[in-house]
Design a protein. Structure first.
Length: 159
């Protein structure tokens, strides 16, 4: 009786362990935002707004920039004009329900952003930081603390 049960069990295990050699790996689905942002962009400006209690603006500033970003579906590579140095980050869209949420990782550092705008020519990212200090270009012990700092990055597509 044991042999009658053992033979079908072994046959099932054998068939389950067989795998077609022509089987292709199915790629992960790509969100529309991920597909649209791939390619070369220039970060042209950063705006910083710091809010206190009651959403009162405590301080704001902005800066003109020229930093080159390339998105290849997995990595974001940043270079500066006239520099051969590259800053490489892995990126992903970890929330299946919100493809505007992008996460960047480099080693143990993780940063999160919301993609607020994305067209053929312009992309805008935003980040909020609780208890952010300002102004950004002074030593930490000289900064004033806000309830929240909102940072907005503007990119334009490079040809």
């Amino acid at each position: 009786m044991k042999k009658l049960i053992l033979i079908p069990l072994l046959a099932t295990l054998f068939l389950a362990s067989c795998k077609e050699e022509n089987e292709e790996t199915v790629p992960m689905p790509v969100s529309a935002i991920d597909a649209d942002m791939r390619g070369d962009w220039t970060n042209t400006s950063v705006k910083r707004v710091y809010y206190g209690d009651g959403d009162r603006v405590m301080y704001s500033d902005s800066s003109i920039r020229e930093a080159y970003f390339n998105f290849d579906g997995r990595r974001m590579t940043v270079t500066l004009p006239n520099s051969s140095e590259r800053d490489v980050w892995e990126y992903s869209f970890p929330d299946a329900n919100d493809s505007t949420y992008i996460q960047l990782k480099q080693g143990n550092v993780t940063t999160d952003y919301l993609i607020k705008t994305l067209s053929d020519t312009v992309m805008v990212w935003e980040d909020e930081e609780a208890w952010a200090g300002f102004p950004h270009n002074v030593p930490d012990d000289e900064k004033t603390t806000s309830r929240v700092g909102v940072y907005t990055w503007k990119f334009v597509r490079r040809n």
